[in-house]
Design a protein around this ligand. Structure first.
Ligand code: P6P
Length: 334
């Protein structure tokens, strides 16, 4: 373990890394840390507590069945962030409209948070890793006024921090504030996140590709060509690659951070803009990827340069080892 540095100590030590922050950003991250601990406690006994398993009986804005865990996690993270008073507004996958905090602390909050409270929530029923993804921006509108839509629709390049919590064989919080990526593993016996993966770097190349091949018939010829490339025999370029698709983006991407590889959720005739949401899934993961030496693309351009037009917009998404994303873009351009 790297010298038993806790997440809290790390934030204090690296306070200077947080642009313009005089402790606000660290208080924001501590709210996420607290919510992650509560989530860990609930998820680790999911089979025993029936108030977080199964359907919530309604659909979210995406038209997807909302799980009880989605609803639980959404309220938990929103309440934890609101209580810290640094946030003027939150956009969540589970909320049709963005949430604007109009109390005194809210209108004076300097930060906007976009969050997918639980990505891959249906996996909890089969004990597969799930996770939370968040992106943090400084507001554009004047402090002292309620946040407005343009505060939320900033390009990913403007993020001041981003991260994810993966609830897997262990619970980890991985985040960046623009100075590299660091991973912290949770010790539930002590209730502390310890620095376990300092300065995470994505291998430039890899042997693993992740895509739902059940959608193959709906992919474009170019996407099919890249998948065929991954499966073709070529000893010199280490192919065929290994196929791994967990059905949980965070778990697939976490593996890419550590072992290299490419995760793909392409556009298809079924999903012309892909499935994943730009603001609170793709942008934070793209920021982390680039900070760790990887790449994230929509197939033509880097994800972080896309200027959003609406909160819940989707984008095709390819992320992982830079050489693999480069090759994908080359094949898609043919
Ligand atoms: P499909 C989970 O719903 C998610 O957003 C990602 O975590 C995951 O990679 C993908 O969708 C799975 O979608 O269509 O392959 O089942």
């Amino acid at each position: 373990m790297n010298g038993f540095i806790t997440l809290g100590e790390f934030i204090v030590q690296r306070q200077a890394d947080f642009p313009y922050a005089k402790g606000e950003l660290s208080r924001l991250l501590s709210a996420i840390r607290l919510a992650a601990k509560v989530m860990n406690s609930q998820i680790s006994k999911a089979g025993l507590v029936d108030d977080i398993l199964g359907s919530a009986g309604n659909e979210n804005i995406q038209g997807e069945e909302q799980k009880k865990l989605d609803v639980y996690a959404n309220r938990l993270f929103i309440n934890a962030l609101k209580a810290r008073g640094e946030v003027c507004g939150i956009a969540s996958e589970e909320e049709e409209q963005s949430i604007i905090f109009e109390n005194e602390a809210g209108v004076n909050g300097k930060y906007i948070v976009l969050i997918d409270p639980i990505d891959g929530s249906s996996n909890i029923e089969v004990n597969v890793s799930i996770g939370t993804v968040f992106a943090i921006y400084r507001r554009l509108s004047p402090i002292g006024t309620p946040a407005v839509l343009s505060d939320f629709l900033q390009a990913g390049r403007k993020q001041v921090a981003a991260g994810y919590v993966i609830f897997g064989s262990s619970t980890m919080l991985v985040f960046t504030s623009g100075n590299g990526v660091n991973g912290f593993t949770y010790d539930p016996g002590i209730g502390v996140f310890y620095l376990s993966h300092p300065n995470m770097q994505v291998p430039n190349d890899g042997k693993i590709y992740s895509v739902n091949e059940g959608n193959h018939a709906y992919f474009s010829p170019e996407v099919k060509a890249y998948i065929d490339y991954c499966k073709a025999i070529d000893i010199e370029s280490n192919r065929p690659y290994t196929g791994r698709y967990i059905g949980s983006m965070i778990a697939d991407l976490h593996r890419n951070f550590l072992k290299g590889g490419i995760y793909m959720y392409p556009a298809s005739s079924k999903a012309p803009n892909g499935k994943l949401r730009l603001l609170y899934e793709c942008n934070p993961m793209a920021f982390l990827m680039e900070q760790a030496g990887g790449k994230a693309s929509d197939g033509r351009q880097t994800i972080l340069d896309i200027v959003p037009e609406e909160i819940h917009e989707r984008t095709p998404f390819y992320a992982g080892s830079s050489d693999m994303v480069d090759k994908l873009e080359e094949v898609l351009a043919t």
